[in-house]
Design a protein around this ligand. Structure first.
Ligand code: AMP
Length: 287
C-alpha cells in the first residue's frame, strides 16, 4: 500500500492505472477509522481493481465553533488499518495542497442541502461537495463508496454527480453498528462513559420508529412526538432534529410510507450524533 501526499502524484498514479485499463474505487474519509470505514474499503475492493482511500479532515465542511481543531486524528493507526485491507493507496493530502491560499471556488448543490443537517450546519454541504468534487478530479475514480450513515451526504453527492454529468458510480453502503446498536462514528470517541450509554437512545429511537411503522403507524408527527419522549428521557441530551423525510427529495413526509427515511441528529453531552433508517427498501438494495 502506498501513501500519497500530493494531489499531482495521486493523479499521476491514477492515470497510469487507467492507461492499463484497470478500474479505481475511491473511499473518501476524514480518518480515525472504525469498522464502518473498513466495510466501505472491503466493499470498494469487490467492485474495482484498485482502491484509493482518501484521508483528509476537510476544514471547509466545519462551521465556526464546530469540532475541526479537536477532530480525532491518528494517521499511524489509520494507515496500518488500511494496509490490512485490500487498499492500494491512502491519499492523505495536506491542507495547503488541497486549498492553496488563493483557493476561491465552491461546488454547491441546492435543494437537498436545505433540509435536515443543512438547516443546522450552514455551508457544511458546500464544503463536502467542494472537497468531493476535488477528490473526483484528482483521483479520477470509476466509482466511489459512501456510507448510508450520512444519508443526506450520499443523496447530495448522487445529485451532484447527476447534475454535473460525472461518469462515476456512487455506491451506498449500509450503516455499521456497534454490538449494542450505536452507529459507528469517529465522533463516538468524544463520548464519556456515561454519554456512551445515553447515546444508545438514538438506536432505541430508530428501533421504535421501525416497529411503529411496521405496526401500521403512518403519522410522522405522532412518531416524532414519541421519539422526542424517548430521547428527552436522558439528561444532557438535546435534539437537533427528528424528521421523517422522503428518501429522494428529503422533504418532510405528511404520511409515512416505504419511501420514507427516519433521520435524527442529537447532541449527547455536546457531541452531535446522527442516525437514520429507511422505512422501505434501502438504496443499497438498488445498487
Ligand atoms: P467520515 O470519515 O466520518 O467522513 O466518513 C467517511 C465515510 O464513511 C462516509 O461515507 C461515511 O458515511 C462512512 N461511514 C461513517 N460511519 C459509518 C458507519 N457507521 N457505517 C457505514 N459507513 C460509515
Amino acid at each position: 500500500m502506498q501513501i500519497i501526499r500530493r494531489s499531482a502524484d495521486m493523479t499521476h498514479w491514477s492515470k497510469e492505472v487507467i492507461a492499463k485499463g484497470s478500474s479505481i474505487a475511491l473511499v473518501p474519509t476524514m480518518g480515525y477509522f472504525h469498522e464502518g470505514h473498513l466495510s466501505l474499503m472491503r466493499h470498494a475492493a469487490k467492485l474495482a481493481d484498485h482502491v484509493v482511500v482518501s484521508l483528509f479532515v476537510n476544514s471547509l465542511q466545519f462551521g465556526p465553533g464546530e469540532d475541526l481543531s479537536r477532530y480525532p486524528r491518528d494517521f499511524e493507526r489509520d494507515s496500518s488499518m488500511a494496509a490490512n485491507e485490500r487498499v492500494d493507496v491512502v491519499f492523505a493530502p495536506t491542507d495547503e495542497d488541497m486549498y492553496a491560499p488563493d483557493f476561491n471556488s465552491r461546488v454547491s448543490v441546492e435543494g437537498l442541502t436545505e433540509f435536515l443537517c443543512g438547516r443546522q450546519r450552514p455551508g457544511h454541504f458546500e464544503g463536502v461537495t467542494t472537497v468531493v468534487a476535488k477528490l473526483f478530479n484528482i483521483v479520477k475514480p470509476h466509482l466511489a463508496v459512501f456510507g448510508q450513515k450520512d444519508f443526506q451526504q450520499l443523496s447530495v453527492i448522487r445529485k451532484m454527480v447527476r447534475d454535473l454529468n460525472w461518469d462515476i458510480d456512487i455506491v451506498g453502503h449500509p450503516i455499521v453498528r456497534e454490538d449494542d446498536g450505536l452507529a459507528m462514528s469517529s465522533r463516538n470517541a468524544y463520548l464519556s462513559e456515561k454519554d456512551r450509554v445515553k447515546a444508545l437512545c438514538l438506536y432505541r429511537a430508530i428501533e421504535h420508529g421501525r416497529a411503529r411503522f411496521a405496526a401500521g403507524l403512518t403519522d410522522p408527527e405522532q412518531l416524532t412526538a414519541e421519539l422526542r419522549d424517548i430521547i428527552s428521557a436522558n439528561s444532557g441530551v438535546s435534539i437537533d432534529y427528528i424528521s421523517v423525510v422522503d428518501k429522494d427529495t428529503l422533504a418532510d413526509k405528511k404520511i409515512m410510507d416505504i419511501n420514507s427515511v427516519l433521520a435524527l441528529a442529537v447532541r449527547v453531552g455536546g457531541t452531535r450524533l446522527i442516525d437514520n433508517c429507511f422505512l422501505g427498501n434501502t438504496p443499497e438494495s438498488e445498487n
